[in-house]
Structure formats: C-alpha cells, structure tokens
Design a protein around this ligand. Structure first.
Ligand SMILES: C[S@@+](CC[C@H](N)C(=O)[O-])C[C@H]1O[C@@H](n2cnc3c(N)ncnc32)[C@H](O)[C@@H]1O
Length: 311
C-alpha cells in the first residue's frame, strides 16, 4: 500500500482556520499520516507542530514523511486526551492552534490486519493503540447483551441493535466470530434481504460503533474539549473536524458554551451575571466539503469542520 494514501479532508479550509499566527506553536492532536501538518509546515516556515497519535504505524509514516521539516515537527505517541501533559512535556506553555481530525485513517481502514474493515478478512481488533488491552472481539465477549446493544444503538445509531447484539454474542460463544468477515456476515444475517436495500453495507454501523467503543473515542473527546480551549494562547484557535453526528454535537455544544457571554435570563433588563465570553466561534455553521472534494474523496462527505478562537 502507498504509505501516503490517506486523503486529507478539507485541507485548505482547515489550514486557514488552524493557522492563527505566523511562526506559532501548533498541536496536531491527530497527526495520522501527517497531511494537515505537512500543509501547515510548508505554508509557514517558522511554525512548529507538536503531533500526537496513539497509532505506532501512523507515527512511523508521518515521521518519515515530515522528516524534512527537522525540529519544527515533534511527533509523539500520546493520546489527545493527555494534551496538557504532552504540551508541557514538549516545554510549551500554550498553543496558537490545536487541530483534531477525528476518526479513522485510511492506513487503519485499508490494512486488513488492523481489523477495522468488513471488506477484507482480518482479526476483530480495531485498536488504534495496539498497546491498549481490549480488542473488538474481547469487547463483544466481555459485554453483556444489553451493554453491547447500547454500544450499537448509541455509537452506531443502529436500529437493529438488540438483534445484532444477541446474534453477535451467540456467535462469539460458539466460536464463530473468527474474523472481521464472519462478524460482518452475522450482522448481514440479521438484516437478511433488507440488507440489500440499504444504501450502505449492513455492517457499517456495527463496525463504527465497535471502533468508537474499543478506542473510547467519545470519552477522549469529552476530556479534550475541556482541556484544549484552556491551553490556547490569546488569539489561538481550536479546530475540530468530525465525521460522526455524535462527535459534531459534542464539538458544537462545547464551542457554544465556551463562546457564550452573559447568561442572565432573556427577560432581565440588564446583565447581572457579569460574565463575558472568553472565546468566539469562527464557524457559525460547520464548514463542509464541496462537491469536487466529495467526488474525489467520498470520506469527506460526512466531514464537519468547526473552529473556536480565544479572545
Ligand atoms: C483521520 S486520521 C488523521 C489524518 C491526518 N489529519 C492526515 O491528514 O493525515 C485520525 C488519526 O487520529 C488518531 N487518533 C485516534 N484517537 C486518538 C487519540 N486519542 N489521541 C491521538 N490520536 C488519536 C488515529 O490513530 C488516526 O491516525
């Protein structure tokens, strides 16, 4: 596989929002294959980027891809959940821009051995950080029927969550969940003939839900959305690119709350709370990919880009 196959989503729009100040300190909280970081470092010859990722393979690829930028790129194996520690460990007090391009990279999806894809046979793994303990198979084995149903319903918005959870549990007890394809086949069997009428593969939502649960993506994002704004310098920006309605809702809600000034009830004649906004929203509506980009890169179809600036 071509190492650089991940097509960076909304590259121009993202860099424009992320690049708050020439020569600034930037955090790429999801370095991946380094597409966004490469664009920023090439644009601004004085900028420095601290790049975080939990995926060893992604770090290996981005390290070599970005090597030409020398000490201006600092790739580190760390979760964006620990952004504050990572920033301080790199001897930075604050950042002029923090970017999170959430979700899965093509490197992860395309490598069958990583277990993210239902199109090729691979172990039911789905861990972004291979040092983490629980694989997708172990998650299925160790969850109750009800817990698994809840995961599929919440993270996959899967309407057949109960039946799929029950069948997956049965299959795991019988030793039939041998790989990603057998898992996808169990899900497809629940859909039966209806599966053929779906616009997407019937296993899409189940795989998405398992991936989100295995990597604790929502809990990580919650912590990140609390910490990242506080680590911005004045005029610094937090930019989030999400691919899932749950993620986008979290980003939108956090940004709205942070950019809210006075919280007095609307019928108060004048402000008594004295609260002033510390942040302003740079994107009233999320930026989405144009038709040319979605035609070239179908993954960009669900992308939602939002940005916040510290005042
Ligand atoms: C969509 S890709 C980023 C692609 C990148 N912007 C590019 O242009 O190449 C998302 C990356 O985030 C990483 N990731 C997921 N959860 C993470 C976490 N908690 N902390 C740091 N990185 C994480 C994944 O391993 C993956 O490499």
């Amino acid at each position: 596989m071509n190492d650089y196959e991940h097509k960076t989503v909304l590259p121009g729009e993202t860099i424009e929002l992320w690049h708050a100040k020439p020569g600034g300190v930037y955090v790429d909280a999801t370095l991946g294959l380094g597409g966004h970081s490469e664009a920023l470092l090439a644009l601004d010859p004085q900028a420095t980027v601290l790049g975080l990722d939990v995926d060893d393979e992604a770090l290996q690829v981005s390290r070599s891809r970005l090597a030409r930028f020398g000490p201006r790129i600092l790739p580190v194996k760390e979760s964006y959940m620990n952004l504050s520690q990572a920033l301080h460990a790199a001897h930075f007090k604050e950042a002029d821009g923090v970017l999170a391009d959430l979700g899965v990279s093509s490197l992860q999806l395309d490598k069958a051995e990583r277990g993210f894809s239902f199109r090729n046979s691979g172990p039911l793994d789905m861990r972004m950080d291979s040092a983490q303990e629980q694989t997708a198979l172990e998650l299925i084995q160790q969850s109750s029927d009800e817990e698994l149903e809840q995961i599929l319903r919440t993270y996959g918005e899967e309407r057949l969550a109960r039946s799929i959870a029950r069948r997956l549990k049965e299959a795991s007890r019988d030793g039939r969940l041998t790989d990603t394809l057998s898992c996808a086949a169990v899900v497809a069997s629940v859909y039966g003939k209806r599966g053929g009428r779906e616009k997407i593969h019937p296993a899409t939502r189940t795989f998405q839900a398992l991936r989100i649960a295995v990597n604790r993506e929502m809990a990580n994002l919650d912590k990140f959305l609390v910490d990242a704004p506080r680590l911005l310098a004045q005029g610094g920006r937090l930019v989030c690119l999400s691919f899932h309605s749950l993620e986008d809702r979290k980003v939108k809600t956090a940004f709205r709350a942070l950019s809210q000034g006075c919280v007095c009830p609307a019928d108060f004649p004048k402000c008594v709370c004295g609260k002033t906004a510390e942040f302003k929203m740079l994107t009233k509506k999320p930026v989405v990919a144009a038709d040319v980009e979605t035609a070239r890169n179908p993954r960009s179809r669900s992308a939602r880009l939002r940005a916040l600036e510290r005042i």
